[in-house]
Write a protein that binds this ligand. Structure first.
Ligand code: GLC
Length: 435
């Protein structure tokens, strides 16, 4: 007996219900059990979901995220608005001084792109302009932080100093840079994530010990932005963060120009030019973009879902899109659902373990935008159809097995619900995240 697949209307209702349940009043937790605070790029995608439900709430999602912004412009990966038990590493592990408490690291800067989505969806122009006017200087400060503090020598490549800043936490791309670190802490007993989710779907203890060693290094530098950027034991240009930043630069440049922020628009144009050139240094001999270890000078051995994101940044040509489409076809010969987070032919591939294989819908959203705008609508349509099928058959989980589509990680996930509402439930809305 087969179970009838849920209708689009019932999925809509479920997605709305997930956002309502995960709403903590002005901000949304990614998932009740595993992630009980406000996460940076999750909130940006969630704001896109709210933009089709409740514009006021969509603006709020971005505004509460910026309550965590540091004086130097950094928008932290997590804002700990209220205490919650059962989470590690919580506020005390980071040793930062901000109020509300935050981590000391950032996450992929999707916020400016989300602000453009919300701005364009807001039917009340006066409100939209007022809200954006207040938010825009903060967004620009966060981009300045990436381009100046995280690229202190103006190379056009921004550095991440902790794998969690990539949002693709344990991708095989970070294996070599992490292997160079000698752990100085043992945090296995402090972890809480394995009590909520099957350990085989989570990163290993060896990984946690190394990433928490990086936190200790930054604490010893009192989280001074430039000192951290110049001296932490891990410094990588993640092709994902670099792409998401440059795309968000474009969106922010558009908004700044529209509202008459001329100096900000000029600064953004400069950063776009410099960072677009930077992508040349990320190309492997095969023409595929990869992350670059800024300490060793080596490109990552493995190709990941991040390698598709330069198209989303409006970098590259139609030929690049064709080349990436061919790569995706190869991956499709051993998987049923695009886009696996990591090369399924690589030895490091693990279709169940977090960012080492599973499919994430927020990444698919950006990849689809890139293929569509580069002229490969066929590929964009295919990824969108597979993404729709994943939700229809397996629900709103955190991530999916690329072979079977099986639900993995946390359930009732906010950004998966938001991707349904903002994207998959609206096949007529077009493939580009912003115009
Ligand atoms: C995990 C993911 C990260 C995400 C967070 C909350 O840490 O790797 O990208 O932001 O969960 O969903």
């Amino acid at each position: 007996m087969t179970t009838p697949s849920p209708t689009s209307a019932s999925l809509d209702a479920l997605a709305r219900d997930i956002l309502a349940r995960n709403d903590r009043g002005g901000y949304t937790v990614p998932n009740e059990k595993v992630y009980p605070f406000q996460w940076n790029w999750d909130s940006a995608f969630v704001a896109m979901g709210f933009a089709v439900l409740d514009i006021e709430r969509a603006w709020q999602e971005l505004e509460t995220l910026f309550l965590g912004q540091w004086d130097d412009g950094m928008v932290p990966s997590i804002v700990f608005h209220k205490p919650a038990a059962n989470y590690y590493p919580g506020p005390s592990a980071w040793g930062t001084t901000h109020e509300p408490p935050t981590t000391g690291i950032s996450q992929p800067p999707v916020a400016a792109t989300a602000a453009r989505v919300v701005f364009e969806a807001d039917p009340d122009r006066a409100r939209a302009e007022a809200r954006l006017r207040a938010l825009l200087p903060k967004l620009v400060a966060s981009h300045r932080w990436w381009h100046e503090i995280r690229d202190p020598d103006g190379t056009g490549l921004v550095a991440i100093v902790h794998p969690w800043e990539t949002g693709r936490d344990n991708s095989p791309e970070w294996d070599a840079p992490l292997a160079a670190i000698t752990p100085t802490v043992d945090v296995a007993a402090l972890r809480k994530d394995k009590t909520h989710v099957n350990a085989s779907e989570r990163p290993t203890d060896a990984f946690y010990n190394r990433v928490m060693t990086l936190v200790e290094e930054a604490k010893a530098l009192h989280w001074d932005g430039k000192a951290v950027a110049r001296s932490l034991s891990l410094r990588v240009c993640d092709v994902g963060v670099q792409s998401i930043l440059v795309r968000a630069d474009h969106d922010l440049h558009h908004l700044a120009t529209l509202l008459g922020f001329a100096d900000e628009a000029a600064a953004l144009a400069g950063w776009i030019e410099r960072s677009t050139k930077g992508f040349d240094r990320l190309r492997g001999d095969d023409g595929i973009w990869r992350s670059l270890d800024l300490r060793s000078g080596k490109l990552a051995a493995s190709v990941s879902s991040g390698s598709f994101l330069p198209l989303y940044a409006r970098v590259g040509t139609r030929e690049d899109a064709d080349h990436l489409a061919a790569l995706l076809d190869r991956w499709g010969s051993v998987t049923s659902y695009a886009v696996p987070s990591s090369d399924p032919f690589a030895e490091t591939y693990d279709p169940h373990r977090y960012w080492r294989g599973p499919v994430w819908l927020v990444v698919n959203r950006m990849i689809v935008d890139g293929f569509a705008t580069a002229g490969r609508l066929d590929v964009a349509d295919r990824i969108a159809a597979q993404s729709r099928e994943l939700v229809g058959r397996h629900g709103f989980c955190e991530y999916f097995d690329p072979r079977t589509g099986d639900a993995l990680g946390g359930r009732d996930f906010s950004w998966t619900a938001a991707m349904w509402l903002a994207w998959l439930a609206r096949p007529d809305a077009g493939h580009a995240v912003t115009g």
